[in-house]
Design a protein around this ligand. Structure first.
Ligand SMILES: [Zn+2]
Length: 344
């Protein structure tokens, strides 16, 4: 199987020759920037440079997909008026100024294809599809409406708004949902078939289950339905400390991507099995970033043994791999999946 066939078959819960490995954002970027001599800052401004960096991740680490979106989680928010800044040329941008809650009435939906920066990963996705699309899965990437709102207005302001100004919060989430739907249209137009959606605001450490249902779940559900209606496979990412994974699963994503350290893996596996593909997230901090290759191997072995032989399993990091994640750990992650995830 090609990496793309393997990745998409696992998402569809069909048999594969081995368990696929999922690459998130631009994980372990330091080695990619070093080997290409490219600057992260330039990748955000130029689709060709963005594509070259993403392609370098595929060549260097050899996972089964590459991604047309990075871990800044700010690109959609800046398209709606948040100002970002670049303290370093070789790191992600940061928030300079949020949009004021009093200005939310001025917000309007954005077509990502027309935004100076949001269009960059889309154009880069086209380049990636041209270069390796037959062989590898090029995965689209967006943040859920509540994640975008947190980066647009500031997380504390959104939380406060749930209590003091629900109308304003709903207005913002409506606008962001429309822009997110337009992003799905753009993906389909260029031929991307799978989309990753960051929804780590869905956690008990941040909101009550009632607030989650009223805001986060409602708008995430609208985006998911729109994407499913367009034939996109959807990957729901949640690396929250207390993830509402079960409620997210009810919305019917193609795959659930959960950081295993934050949950009882057996319970999550049993809940997801047969209902969605499971992307099992190996701890990206203490295991992948600061652990040894042997620890990485043990984690992969445990996860795959716990899952068993059913199709619909993918191994990935729990979230974007840290900037300086050691190459030997990434290499061992891949070798371990090949060893324990081999299917006769
Ligand atoms: Zn995450």
């Amino acid at each position: 199987m090609t990496p793309r066939e393997r990745f998409q078959a696992a998402l569809d819960r069909q048999a594969t020759d081995r368990v696929p490995i999922f690459y998130q954002h631009l994980g372990a970027a330091k080695w990619l920037l070093q080997s290409t001599g490219l600057k992260w800052y330039d990748g955000f401004h130029d689709p060709d440079i963005f594509a070259r960096l993403a392609l370098a991740s595929y060549e260097m680490y050899g996972f089964d997909n590459l991604m047309a979106g990075w871990g800044d989680i700010l690109v959609e928010a800046q398209a709606h008026g948040m100002a970002w800044k670049w303290p370093e040329r070789d790191f992600y941008p940061r928030v300079d100024k949020y949009v004021e809650m009093s200005d939310v009435d001025r917000l309007v939906p954005v077509d990502p294809r027309k935004d100076r920066f949001w269009s960059v990963p889309l154009e880069a996705a086209s380049i990636m599809l041209d270069k390796v699309g037959k062989e590898a899965a090029v995965v689209g990437c967006i943040n859920s409406p509540t994640v975008i709102a947190s980066e647009l207005l500031g997380m504390e302001n959104v939380m406060m708004g749930y209590f003091t100004d629900p109308d304003a919060v709903n207005k913002v989430l409506d606008v962001l949902t429309e822009s997110s739907k337009a992003y799905g249209e753009a993906l389909v137009e260029i031929g991307v078939e799978d989309v990753f959606i960051e929804n780590a605001t869905a956690g008990g450490e941040m909101v009550s289950p009632e607030q989650y249902d009223e805001y986060d779940k409602k708008y995430f559900g609208l985006v998911l339905d729109s994407y499913k209606g367009k034939g996109l496979r959807t990957i729901c990412h949640n690396c929250a400390a207390k993830p509402f994974w079960s409620a997210q699963l009810e919305l019917g994503p193609t795959a659930m991507h959960i950081h295993l350290k934050n949950v009882d893996p057996g319970e999550v596996f049993d809940g997801v099995r047969g209902r969605a593909c499971m992307i099992a997230g190996v701890d990206h901090t203490e295991v992948l970033q600061t652990g040894s290759p042997d620890t990485v191997e043990a984690e992969v072995k445990n996860a795959l043994e716990l899952w068993g032989d059913d199709p619909g399993i993918i191994i990935g990091p729990g979230c974007e791999m840290g900037y300086k994640t050691p190459v030997e750990n990434i290499k061992r992650l891949k070798e371990s999946v090949e060893r324990y995830g081999h299917r006769p």
